[in-house]
Design a protein around this ligand. Structure first.
Ligand SMILES: [Zn+2]
Length: 162
């Protein structure tokens, strides 16, 4: 396992549409272990998508404090409910936060590490993290959801980042 450097803008890896995982083999299991280790290397990190460490594959991990880690392979949002305005940040856009619209609750589905299909129903931070990390797989960043760039604010680096 290894802790990887997080890619930041304007790294082109962040703007590619990531490829579907076809077989969950040893290399995918190693990627997941590396992603979990990289995420847990800093307690402010609550989620990570493979493109953020330069791997263009559809794999995300989420680690909300005091909850079990979630690993999703080839994930997608299957249901969204409601709308809310919330502050968001990203490890790949360090030092900034912005107010964007996210769903109040979402249902995501994908495969776990054993290839079994799982569904995650979430609200709060977990719903936000699922939307944020799945956006990364489509080359999208939260700043793309801003109404305008002057809604972006500088922050201290300790705040929660996805
Ligand atoms: Zn992010």
């Amino acid at each position: 396992m290894a802790v990887f450097t997080i890619r930041t803008l304007p790294d082109p890896a962040l703007r590619q549409k990531a490829k579907r995982v076809r077989t969950i083999d040893g290399s995918i299991k190693k990627l997941i272990a590396d992603m979990l280790e990289t995420m847990h290397a800093d307690p402010g990190r609550v989620g990570l998508a493979a493109p953020q460490i330069g791997v263009s594959l559809r794999v995300i991990v989420i680690g909300i404090p005091e909850q079990d880690d979630i690993v999703l392979i080839n994930p997608g949002i299957v249901r969204k409910k409601g709308e809310r305005l919330i502050g968001e940040g990203c490890l790949s856009v360090p030092g900034y936060t912005g107010q964007i619209k996210r769903a109040e609750s979402v249902t995501a589905k994908g495969l776990d590490q054993n290839g079994k299909e799982i569904r995650v129903r979430a609200d709060g931070l977990l719903a936000q993290a699922l939307e944020h990390e799945i956006d990364h797989l489509n080359g999208m960043l939260y700043i793309d959801h801003l109404e305008s760039m002057d809604k972006l604010h500088k922050i201290e680096p300790e705040e929660t980042e996805l």
